[in-house]
Ligand binder design. Sequence first.
Ligand code: BTN
Length: 263
Amino acid sequence: MIEAFEKWDLARRHIGREVRYFPRLDSTNQYASGLDLGDGENGLVILTNEQTAGRGQYGRRWLAGPGSSVLMSVALMPPPLLRRPVILTAWAAVAAAETIRLATGLQARIKWPNDLLIDGRKVCGILIEQGRGTVVGIGMNANQSEEEFAAAGLPLAGSLASLSGRDFDARELALELIEQLDAEYDPLLRGEHSALESCWAWRLGLLGHEAIVEDNAGQRHRGRVLSISFSDVCLESTQDGPIRFLPEQVRSFHRAGSAPMSG
Ligand code: BTN
C-alpha cells in the first residue's frame, strides 16, 4: 500500500533537507530501509504520528500510540569512517539528550549503548540498521503516562511528560531533534569528533567510576574507568592494570553496584 505523506521543507544543510511526515506507518525504519537509498536520499527524515509495527533492539517491538512519541528515522549514506554504529549512536543520543534538555530542563544519561534514561527511566531508544545505506531510528517517549507504561509491562520506561509534568507536541520535539542532528553532522563529516566524544562520555557518566564492562564474548571486567573515546574504552583493573577495548567489543558497560537495565 502506498502511504500518503506531508513533505516539509526545512532548508537544513544535511539532515532534514527533505522530511516525509506520515499520519501512520508500520515502522519508520522499515520504510527507510525499503527505499533504494542513494546520495539524493542522504539526510532524508521519515516521521510518523503512529507506528503499528515499531522495531526495537534485539528484535523487540517498540510500542507507541498516536501522538505519544517522536518516531523518526534518518536515512544516511555516510562516508566509510562514519559507518560505525558507535559514532552514529553517540551522535543520535547526544542530539536527543540536548533536545530533551531544551524541552524540559532535564539532563538525560546515556545507558550504553543505545538508551537515554532520566532518573533511571528509559525515555528514548536508538536503533541503527545498515544495508547499502544506514538508517538511524530514534524513538522518544513524549506524552505517555506512568500508568500506560505499567499496563504495557514497562515499569522502567518514562516519558518527558511523566517526568516533567507537562505535555509536549511530538512534531515540535522532532523539529528540534532534526536541528540538533543537523548541527552536529557537519563536524562529523569533517572528521571533527572531539566535541561529540566529550558530550557522549559526560552523558555516559562513567569516567572515573568503578565500572563493569561485559565484552562480546560474555566476559566481565571490573575497574576504574580511565578513558572513553570512539577509539577505545580503558579500565584500570586492580589485578590486571589497564585493560583496553574497542567500543565495538563492549556489550554492556555500567557502574559497579548498579544493575544493567535490560534495553
Ligand atoms: C530500542 O529498542 O531501544 C530502540 C527503539 C527504536 C525505536 C525507533 S521508533 C522510530 C524508529 N522506527 C522503528 O521501527 N524503530 C525506531
